[in-house]
Design a protein around this ligand. Structure first.
Ligand SMILES: C[S@@+](CC[C@H](N)C(=O)[O-])C[C@H]1O[C@@H](n2cnc3c(N)ncnc32)[C@H](O)[C@@H]1O
Length: 311
């Protein structure tokens, strides 16, 4: 009896369940302004100066060489394609390695197969986790390093940031740059008050790694970085207005980082979370005149540069 009560109350973390996580992510992708916002951002002066400009300054002696780019947790590659397109305007040759453990890598491959990003880019595909990738390169005795590493909303899956950031940094060429995009702790999923719910620690699973933790790690390791903030909007109308919407509930699961949140959360926790969404959202009109409930997700964009001070 006791065991059954415990399992009823247990909020299961979505991250280890890749299938559920991808369904949540797909629901998120279809309701967010992320794609337009990130495309604009990659075209902006900020990306140009912090990534393209700084890389070409740092690597100017080697400009005739090819630059090596690594994507970790690339998904279907939409954002990396924007980034590669920009890099290809500056660097004569790019070799891009993609590390993505899920089937999404096939979509990425198909997209660049159908629509080549640029003539000067070649791809290497690794359908692996980051750790599997590291183990396989170690096994081949390779010491390959990269000039640009893109980790967009993927650091959550890499385990303890004190360990994963060190591993990423070790893969960076001197003068190279890591782009880390990570949700902040004071907004979006990080602010959902599951941790204040009064549940015991072992039943609280919204332990998404956030940008404060990543920045604390960078500072501890004396790794140089600069930062800016990015906001995208997600349409949460489905789960706010219809308890039975399948897509809405996947989105709710993704935002709370919890499997079957609506059904598995105790009433007080669910009420708190729904109240959080209600207070933190706003009602807008769509082009068709319908009402839409919009919620902001804020992330930090961290530009890590390989200097020589890191421990
Ligand atoms: C939230 S998605 C982000 C995808 C893409 N970067 C974007 O922003 O559109 C996280 C991605 O990390 C991948 N992933 C999960 N665990 C991973 C691991 N251990 N190593 C590398 N990638 C991982 C997932 O399959 C997923 O495609």
């Amino acid at each position: 009896m006791m065991a059954s009560n415990m399992s009823e109350n247990k909020l299961l973390n979505i991250l280890p369940d890749m299938k559920h996580c991808h369904k949540g992510y797909a629901a998120y992708c279809s309701k967010t302004t992320k794609w337009q916002e990130m495309q604009k951002w990659t075209e902006s002066a900020e990306f140009d100066s912090n990534v393209v400009g700084n890389l070409s300054k740092n690597l100017s002696a080697n400009m005739d060489q090819q630059i090596r780019v690594l994507g970790i947790g690339s998904g279907e590659g939409i954002l990396e394609i924007y980034q590669l397109r920009k890099l290809a305007t500056k660097f004569p040759k790019i070799s891009a390695s993609v590390v993505e453990p899920s089937e999404l890598i096939t979509k990425y491959k198909d997209t660049v197969g159908r629509n080549p990003v640029a003539d000067n880019i070649t791809f290497e595909w690794h359908k692996q986790t980051f750790d599997e990738y590291l183990a396989s390169v170690a096994c081949h005795g390779s010491d390959k390093k990269y000039h640009f590493i893109s980790v967009v909303h993927a650091v959550y899956f890499l385990g303890d940031p004190d360990v994963s950031i060190k591993k990423l940094y070790k893969l960076l060429e001197p003068g190279g740059i890591i782009l880390l995009i990570v949700v902040t702790d004071h907004t979006g999923t990080g602010s959902i008050p599951l941790h204040q719910s009064g549940l015991k620690d072992d039943k609280i699973t919204n332990n998404l790694i956030n940008s404060s933790q990543v920045k604390a790690t960078l500072e501890k390791l004396h790794i140089e970085y600069t930062q800016s903030t990015h906001t995208e909007i997600v349409d949460i109308t489905d789960f706010m207005t219809n308890d039975d919407s399948e897509e809405g509930n996947f989105l709710l699961d993704f935002l709370t980082c919890t499997i079957n949140f609506r059904k598995s959360a105790p009433d007080d926790v669910r009420d708190r979370v729904m109240c959080h969404f209600q207070q933190g959202s706003r009602i807008e009109k769509t082009d068709d005149g319908d009402a839409k409930i919009s919620y902001n997700i804020t992330s930090d964009i961290l530009f890590v540069t390989r200097g020589d001070k890191a421990k």
